[in-house]
Design a binder for this molecule. Sequence first.
Ligand SMILES: C[S@@+](CC[C@H](N)C(=O)[O-])C[C@H]1O[C@@H](n2cnc3c(N)ncnc32)[C@H](O)[C@@H]1O
Ligand SMILES: [Zn+2]
Length: 402
Amino acid sequence: MQGLNFSFPTEIVEEGKVSVVVPKLSAYVKEAWEYAPSKAPVFYNPAMELNRDLAVLALQAYQKRLRREISVCEPLTGCGIRGVRFSVEVDGVRKVFVNDINPEAAKLARFNVERNGLAERVSVANEDANLFLSRYAAPRKRFDYIDVDPFGSPVPYLDAAVRALRDGGLLALTATDMAPLCGVHSKACVRKYGGKPLRTGYCHELAVRLLVGCLTTVAARHEIGIKVVFSHSTDHYIRAYAVAHYGARLADKSLRMMGYILHCFSCFHREKSEGMVSPLKIECPECGSKLNIAGPLWLGKILDEDFCSSMKREADGRRLKREKRILRLLSLVQEEAEASVTYYVIDKICDKLNLPVPPLIEVMDNIKKAGFQATPTHFNSRGVRTNAPANVVKEVITKLST
Ligand SMILES: C[S@@+](CC[C@H](N)C(=O)[O-])C[C@H]1O[C@@H](n2cnc3c(N)ncnc32)[C@H](O)[C@@H]1O
Ligand SMILES: [Zn+2]
């Protein structure tokens, strides 16, 4: 594009209410299998628009809760699109601080800030995210909202982010390292998140719980307790939004929500084990097989219904491209707010039992008829969240499939 002093091809994109200059991704794809965002000199991923849309809604819902002006930080900003959107699309945002270690990214982010007339309201820095966050870790300098949206895991930034967050501040975390979190690289998950994953049908929920569990223990070291207001698993990533509250007792209270999930791969039985002490039970109470352990992880709520309702209200009138998908996601997430931990993926059960897959709605109806709760889950379109034991779920499926 002419007039822009960048050493790489660029193009203009519109997202939400802003228009920004980004690397021209098509210039970096030579083979069909190549992943253009990671090839470009500055990171930009159009597929994360939904992630950014939801962040805008969450931030506005949070600002309305606080009913005052807020300061916002995006320590890994890429081309700056997210920070620019926060400044333009969220009422009550006094100042946004964006940063990226890549000088080309900081330059492009600065360009996008000026292009949108935000030079006074959005400041751009170019240093390591932890260094940047640490500069704001002192009282009265801290942020109301920090959005950590890295490549892979947010864990390397958790400590500095927690320290730079005000009492009552909101922290948003993206994790795209699904192979460790879903148990494909189990050791990497233990190393990074301090908890063991499991390759179960509900591994995406475990991933959110491992991420929140890691945040809980990091925050507890600073005598900070956390409360999750929203989380979701979408495409290739998970995301969690948690409010931090200062106080040793609140940190202890959060730690009491930690525990383990025990899972039987033979009969689909699963159960919670509360507390940080590793459970001794190793035999499945249903079939006697060896139980597998996931955790320690967060066993508490992974969203707040009121917060999700506010996010839904905020979606109204914004004309987001993916409004329908967003509203469907928020409704599903809300429905499962009070439901049991973990869900059953009926296709996996049918696979194991060698049965044809019945319609999900019929499975849920029959589970309810048997006297249990049953709701769909946003984590998996073939999943049912229920308090029914595995043998009831299997009986229902067998009855419907034969
Ligand atoms: C996934 S991209 C950010 C995308 C952006 N949040 C968005 O919504 O478009 C991650 C960014 O983190 C930057 N980065 C990687 N390591 C960093 C570090 N240690 N400190 C600051 N930025 C870093 C990369 O240059 C990259 O631009
Ligand atoms: Zn079993």
